[in-house]
Design a protein around this ligand. Structure first.
Ligand code: HAM
Length: 419
């Protein structure tokens, strides 16, 4: 292909969302925001780009997302800005900036939107992808953790996707807890350094915990024998985690303890979790999250604690597969002759006003063409309006599934369509 043609394709790792698949996507977004609203999570929107430091300090300077994947650019005034790779840091930045942390807590927020990471694209992994995200700020009560996880599980149940919930606690940042464990882990990794993949050797000093995330078979084999964080977290974190699990059991949420689950972003503390779906190959995490009790402080805020998760919309849709798209059009008008077209135009507007999905031919096509469009529209009914029907105040209603048709009074149409 010529170079000038290639420039008119969507950039690598991005894609267009087109009908009819776009219906399933918008329905999923609505279901999520409605589900979260029922649990008190208010919508929030933050900018798609932030000052680069928000992510460097918030997400963490040792995470791959920050070191390798950010789309960072300098604007005309010389400021360094970054397309958001995730939502949490921006939401916490907004909460601090607007003093929301001084209001009633916990502050429960929900958001949906595009994220940007320069990853190697593959099935389920894109450079622009959509996340649905909720955050609960300002309380470290285990009940907050349990609520967040339970809301996620409920969303997946409503969406009709079977997921497995993996959960762990990675403790808090203190010598008596994760920092102490890090030392034990570093000692173990040093003793086994020669057997690790070269990339993972380099992480021993910068981010030893992340070696659990390695996909390299050599490292995976070593990590099978590694000391586990669950055996080293402090008594407070242990009690917190056990309270979270008790609460989850009390609302019938099943989970699997995964002591090797460490997550990829630097801000996590205590409870961490992932939602895993079958049939997606290596990109099988359809969502993940955890507590981040030090994030606000690293963004210059006070000691605002928090927990949340983000769900990968694109992966969820892949996992759900191609179902029949939800069809918003109930009736499609086939109108013959100018007077009938004008009448159809009026009736369609009034049906829509009553909340009934209705459509019509806007191109003055013939009967055959309009019937084809009616079929293509996915509507259950075709309402046929010719000169004859118009003269008597009737309409011919054709069942596009069963094939039967009958002539009814136009005044009865709305009742028929809703009965
Ligand atoms: P994350 O694990 O980086 O967490 O992303 C959450 C989810 O977004 C993943 O489980 C996956 O479904 C989806 N995702 C991530 N990267 C891609 C990609 N390149 N292509 C397609 N889908 C992707 C976070 O982003 C945290 N901010 C979650 C969180 C919220 N933690 C606390 N609050």
């Amino acid at each position: 292909m010529a170079e000038n043609e290639r420039s008119f394709r969507a950039p690598r790792g991005t894609f267009d969302v087109l009908p009819p698949q776009s219906w399933a996507r918008s329905a999923l977004a609505r279901l999520a925001m409605d589900t979260f609203a029922l649990s008190g999570y208010a919508p929030i929107e933050t900018p798609i780009f932030e000052h680069t430091e928000v992510f460097e300090r918030g997400v963490g300077a040792t995470s791959e997302v920050v070191t390798k994947q950010m789309y960072t650019f300098t604007d005309r005034a010389g400021r360094s800005l970054t397309l958001r790779p995730e939502l949490t840091a921006g939401i916490v930045r907004a909460a601090i900036e607007h003093g929301l942390d001084r209001g009633p807590l916990p502050l429960k927020l929900a958001c949906i939107g595009p994220q940007f990471r320069q990853e190697r694209p593959q099935k389920g992994r894109y450079r622009q992808f959509t996340q649905i995200d909720i955050e609960s700020l300002g309380s470290d009560d285990p009940m907050v953790d349990a609520e967040i996880v339970e809301v996620g599980v409920r969303f997946f149940r409503k969406a009709g996707l079977d997921v497995q919930l993996l959960i762990n606690s990675i403790g808090h940042v203190a010598e008596s807890c994760r920092l102490g464990y890090n030392k034990v882990l570093v000692e173990f990794l040093r003793a086994n350094e020669a057997a690790l993949a070269p990339d993972d050797r380099a992480r021993i000093e910068t981010n030893p915990l992340r070696t659990f995330d390695s996909k390299d078979a050599r490292t995976v084999a070593v990590m099978a024998g590694a000391p586990l964080i669950s055996d080293h977290i402090c008594d407070d974190c242990r009690a917190h985690f056990s309270a979270v699990l008790d609460l989850l059991i009390s609302v019938n949420v099943s989970f699997e303890l995964e002591p090797r689950l460490v997550r990829g972003l630097d801000y996590y503390t205590r409870t961490t979790f992932e939602f895993i779906a079958g049939g997606l190959g290596s990109q099988n995490a359809v969502g993940g999250g955890g507590r981040y009790d030090g994030l606000a402080e690293s963004l210059g805020g006070g000691s605002l604690t928090g927990i949340g998760f983000a769900l990968g919309v694109d992966r969820i849709l892949l996992a759900l597969g191609e179902g029949a798209p939800p069809n918003p059009v109930t009736v499609y008008f086939v109108a013959l002759g100018e007077a009938a077209r004008r009448e159809a135009f009026k009736v369609v507007a009034s049906l829509r006003e009553s909340g009934i999905g209705a459509d019509l031919d806007l191109g003055a096509r013939g009967m055959k063409g309009q019937m084809k469009d009616a079929d293509r529209s996915g509507a259950r009914w075709a309402a046929i309006l010719g000169e004859d029907e118009l003269a008597t105040g009737d309409v011919t209603l054709k069942d596009l599934v069963g094939g039967e048709q009958e002539r009814i009074r136009m005044d009865d149409l709305e009742r028929r369509l809703t009965s």
